[in-house]
Design a protein around this ligand. Structure first.
Ligand SMILES: Nc1ncnc2c1ncn2[C@@H]1O[C@H](COP(=O)(O)OP(=O)(O)O)[C@@H](O)[C@H]1O
Ligand SMILES: [Mg+2]
Length: 391
């Protein structure tokens, strides 16, 4: 029996955990007509939280409502040209007048010399992206609409985005039935939002996605197995959810490992889930944490390492002491790491790691460094905890 879990980036899982609200809101916005709140949405979240999957789901909902979708990718040379090309494809499907027969050459009436040529009014000489999109939305009319999606917004060329924004805003102003959903990692998107060229993004509804609650994670794992011929013991589903920490990528990875561990057995048991933890830690390190830490400034890394001395949340005052820096300096790095989504604020002046198994990955990395060379940073390798840390 094939493994039903989808542990790879961009792969839509059989059951989505914890996204009902976002998707319902999106669906409602489609029904509410041009200019409705939520017609422009920005999905923000760390790698592996399910942004691409959410975008794909939103596209599916739009298609269910008979909308057309222009799905933009920032790797494309020009956003506008990509939009135009996709719009032309849709127009050719929809517009009965898109291709017409034009007689060329010869004199009228002379059958022998009548050469036919199919003229595609959207082909060369090309209509501009603006005219093409406007033609398309006009043709779609009020009963249906056009959804633009843009993944990895944070990597988009600012000039391209500005040019696209101009056209999108014109369509909105003309009361055309359009919607926009962008997705990207929070830090990059916030930088984009600071640019004067992205006004329409600033007005977009922001949806921050992250880890889902463990109940939803367990329910998704349970439902994924229940849709096959196997079953999963309730305690096993709960344990798998705990190991996943509700982090969407890990829900799939731990689910897949748990499934594999059960082999040919009809029922998946607690021990199958238990066996998935070590692999989950290693997988997170390779696929999510190491890529995130690779380009991290040394000072930020020291900050994270200073947090390792606590078993739970770290008091920011302690971090400043450990780093031997003033409180103001500490808070600069705190802000940057919050922006990177590597830490999150805890209760009463504390911070904690925001990615599951980040602590484990840092400890493992430090173990490797320690074998190679003594600690280079200002962080003391003290493992005993002071009185403040014990709170
Ligand atoms: N709501 C969800 N519930 C369960 N698994 C999910 C959910 N969203 C995404 N996933 C899984 O998480 C992984 C990462 O999803 P993806 O959309 O590529 O994340 P991102 O684009 O944020 O990096 C994929 O394996 C996907 O199947
Ligand atoms: Mg993605």
């Amino acid at each position: 029996m094939p493994n039903p879990f989808r542990a790879s980036f961009g792969a839509v899982p059989p059951f989505l955990a914890g996204r009902d609200l976002v998707l319902d809101d999106f669906e409602a916005a489609l029904d509410h007509g041009p200019g409705a709140e939520g017609r422009a949405t920005l999905v923000m979240g760390a790698r592996g939280t399910g942004k691409t999957v959410l975008l794909t789901e939103m596209e599916a909902i739009a298609r269910d409502h008979d909308w057309q979708v222009v799905s933009l990718h920032t790797s494309a040379g020009s956003l506008l040209e990509e939009a135009r090309t996709q719009a032309v494809e849709i127009l050719r499907d929809l517009d009965p007048e898109a291709t017409r027969f034009r007689a060329t050459g010869g004199s009228v009436g002379s059958i022998a010399s009548l050469h036919g040529e199919v003229v595609d009014q959207y082909g060369a000489p090309a209509l501009s992206p603006a005219s093409t999109l406007s033609r398309l939305t006009t043709l779609l009319g009020a009963d249906t609409g056009l959804l633009f999606t843009l993944d990895e917004v944070q990597s988009v060329d600012l000039e391209h985005l500005a040019a696209f924004a101009q056209i999108y805003q014109d369509l909105v102003r003309a009361e055309q039935n359009v919607a926009f959903v962008g997705a990207g990692v929070g830090a990059g998107v916030r930088t984009l939002l600071d640019s004067p060229k992205t006004t329409f993004l600033r007005r977009a509804r922001r949806v921050e996605i992250g880890m889902v609650d463990l109940g939803s994670a367990a329910a998704a794992i349970q439902a994924t197995v229940a849709a096959t011929e196997k079953s999963i013991d309730a305690a096993a589903a709960v344990r798998a959810a705990e190991i996943s920490c509700g982090y969407p990528y890990l829900i799939q990875y731990v689910g897949a490992q748990t499934w594999a561990h059960a082999g040919d057995a009809d029922e998946i048991l607690l021990e199958d889930a238990e066996g998935a933890r070590e692999g989950a830690i290693a997988q997170m390190a390779t696929n999510v944490i190491e890529p995130a830490l690779r380009s991290l400034a040394a000072r930020k890394r020291e900050y994270l390492e200073a947090m390792l001395l606590d078993d739970g949340p770290s008091a920011v005052a302690d971090i400043a002491t450990r780093l031997g820096v003033a409180a103001g300096y500490q808070s600069v790095y705190r802000e940057r790491l919050l922006d990177d989504e590597l830490i999150r604020p805890g209760e009463r002046g504390t911070v904690e790691f925001a990615l599951p198994y980040l602590r484990e990955a840092l400890l493992a990395g430090r173990g490797r460094d320690a074998e190679a060379a003594p600690l280079a940073s200002g962080v003391r390798a003290r493992r005993t905890r002071g009185p403040r840390d014990r709170r």
